[in-house]
Every structure is written in C-alpha cells, then in structure tokens.
Design a binder for this molecule. Structure first.
Ligand SMILES: Cc1ncc(COP(=O)(O)O)c(C=O)c1O
Length: 356
C-alpha cells in the first residue's frame, strides 16, 4: 500500500536521479558568483541587528523610491516576513483576503496569526476581477496580492493594481504585496504597489536562486509597523543568518545581466512547458511570470498519486492551492528533464488518465 500524498511536505526534499520533479519552486540555476566570493574572507559570526544588517538594508533602500534603511526588516525568507507582518497587524478573527488560487502557505499564515482567511477568486484568465474584489474587501484587515503569482503564473494588470492601491488606502486596509517573483516576469516591468498601509514582501530565494540561505525582507514606510515587526522578531528568530545577509548583499552587486540571463532561461522553459502541455491537449494559462503552470486535470489527487508512484514524476495537487481539478507544475528544472517529464506525462495521459 503506497503512502498517501497529503500535501507539499510529502515531497519537499525528495529527489533522486530516476525522479522528474515538477514539484518544488526552487530555482536550479546558480546564485551569482559574487555571493560565494565573499565567503573566502568572511569571519564574523556574532549576533547581528535584529532588524538586519545596515549595509544590506541601505542597499535595498536604493532599489525603492524614497526608501531608507529604516523601512526594511531582513527576515528568514519571504516566509518569515509574511508571518511577522500578519502577526503584527493581527486583530482577533480579523479577515484577511487571499487570492484563490493562492500560495499554499497563505491560509495557514493567516490562521497562525489568529485571523480568518477569506478569498477572492481570480477570473477565468487568472486575473483579479476588481468588481468582485471591491465587494469582498469591505471589512477586511488586510489583503494579500501576489503578482506574478504562484501557482497561476499570471501577472495582474497595472490598472487593477492601481485601483486596489487606491481602494485599500481609502478603506484603511493593509496590502501585503508578495513580490518574490518581481524579477521573473516576461510581459512587463514589475509594478510596485505603494502606500502607507502597503507592506512589500520579497526574497533572495527566486531572483538570486538562494532559497536555502533563507534571506528575505519586509519593506514598509509605516514606522510603527516596522518597529512592531522588529520587536516580534527580537523574541522569536532574532537576527536573520548573518552570513546569509552578507551573501545577499554581495548578490545585489552582481551585474544586471545575471538577472537578465536567468529570465531568458525561465522564458525559454516557459515556452517549452506551455507548448508541450498545449500539444497534450491540456488547458492552462500562459505564464506571464514566475515559473509555474497550472493546467486543468480531472481527479487531480489521483493523477498526482499515479504520476508519482507509476511514472516517477512529482507534481503538486491544485487542491493544495485552492484550485481543485488542476495540477501545479514548476518548470524550475532543465530543458532535458522538462522534455523527459513531458514524455512521461504523455504516456500517463494515454494510459491511466484516459480511463479516469
Ligand atoms: C508566492 C510565494 N511567497 C513566498 C514564498 C516563500 O519564499 P521564501 O523562500 O523567500 O521564504 C514562496 C516560495 O515558493 C512563494 O512562491
């Protein structure tokens, strides 16, 4: 009897040469060499500032309009930033509006912060329907925006983001903008949502392919909120890895061509994956950013199970992202593996899946 596949945790860290993993969202591309070079001479391992190293915060500030180092808290990846932000703004049972499909941790993050998740469904094109959003956002404490999105790969229209910005400002609703894929975008430049109640969450995990280092940050011009987050971090994780921060700072000094080259690689893989899936007759959104596709699949749980146990292909059930009857495939793996994965998928679709 095969062990049941209960969620992403079943797959995290799994991998051998026989497996094709479309599961995990971690880039396989190398981090910038600048990040390693620094290690040869690095010697300091003391506790660091809880808010994060001044040098890293100043370097980040130069990337945001009118920002200063005081506006940033360096965290253990975007994950800790989301957790700290939600707990800092928490009111008992306050409602937090999440996009659906969502990044699978969001509902848990909201619940752990003592609040209640509620949802706005993306429309048939994977976009925010502002009329729906406007109705549901009333009475919420905060709203989560994730563009480019995991798992849909869609990027929201600038016009819609501006409307959300203005509406939330008027209503006094916090906007937590998860922009971890802001540099992996194929259709336009990223749009930075701004405002006194906006908290931008970002990370070195995706842009600089440094997931395991666990360096991310929260950025907000709201001084009180930043102080609250730092206070909470003082009594929980304390400073983010000091070596990780030094490597992150060095990564920021990498030439722009590092990011440009990576985006070209992602783009080519996107085409391979999207075209391959279309040839198999699958229905899916064409990713505009990030590195995921989310095709429709009947009986997605069973398909994920069969793909893993019979074809040695790891995929994530759309149900884990609030999208039952879809499956998420990450294309963070090289072209040869993508092709082999698509070959196995074709075989699966011609056999088991055909009889579902
Ligand atoms: C949308 C989104 N937010 C946050 C995270 C967490 O990233 P980090 O590694 O920076 O904690 C991920 C990771 O996959 C993600 O896809």
């Amino acid at each position: 009897m095969s062990e049941p596949i209960s969620g992403p945790a079943f797959f995290i860290g799994k991998g051998d040469d026989t497996l094709i993993s479309f599961g995990s969202g971690q880039p396989d591309l190398p981090p910038p060499v600048e990040a390693f070079d620094i290690l040869k001479t690095y010697t300091s391992f003391k506790y660091g500032l809880v808010q994060g190293e001044q040098s890293l915060r100043s370097a980040l500030a130069s990337q945001y309009p009118q920002a200063t180092a005081e506006h940033f808290v360096i965290t253990n990846g975007a994950s800790e930033a989301i957790d700290l932000v939600l707990r800092s703004i928490s009111v008992p049972r306050g409602k937090v509006l999440l996009p659906r499909p969502y990044y699978y941790s969001y509902p848990f993050n909201v619940l752990y912060a003592g609040m209640t998740p509620c949802y706005y469904d993306l429309d048939k094109n994977g976009k925010v329907d502002f009329t729906v959003f406007e109705r549901i956002v009333q009475g919420c404490v905060a709203v989560m925006i994730n563009s480019p999105s995991n798992p849909t790969g869609t990027v929201q229209d600038i016009d819609t983001l501006k409307k959300i910005e203005a509406l939330c400002d008027k209503l006094g609703v916090y906007v937590i903008s998860d922009e971890v894929y802001k540099d992996i975008i194929y259709v336009r430049e990223n749009y930075l949502i701004q405002g006194s109640r906006v908290i931008t969450v970002n990370s070195f995990s995706k842009t600089y392919a440094m997931c395991g280092l666990r360096v991310g940050y929260a950025y907000s011009t709201n001084k009180e909120l930043i102080e609250k987050i730092v206070e909470m971090k003082t009594h929980t994780a304390m400073n983010t890895s000091i070596v990780g921060q030094v490597m992150a700072l060095a990564a920021l000094s990498a030439p722009q061509s590092y990011i440009g080259h990576n985006v070209e690689v992602w783009h080519a893989r996107r085409d391979l994956m999207y075209n391959g899936m279309r040839e198999l007759g699958l229905l899916l959104w064409k990713p505009e950013g990030a590195f995921y596709v989310l095709p429709k699949f009947k009986n997605s749980g069973r398909a994920v199970n069969d793909l893993y146990y019979t074809y040695k292909v790891i995929t994530y059930d759309g149900a884990w992202f609030g999208a039952p009857e879809r499956i998420r495939f990450s294309y963070a793996l090289d072209a040869t593996k993508i092709q082999e994965g698509l070959r196995r998928l074709k075989e699966f679709m011609g056999k088991e899946y055909a009889s579902y």
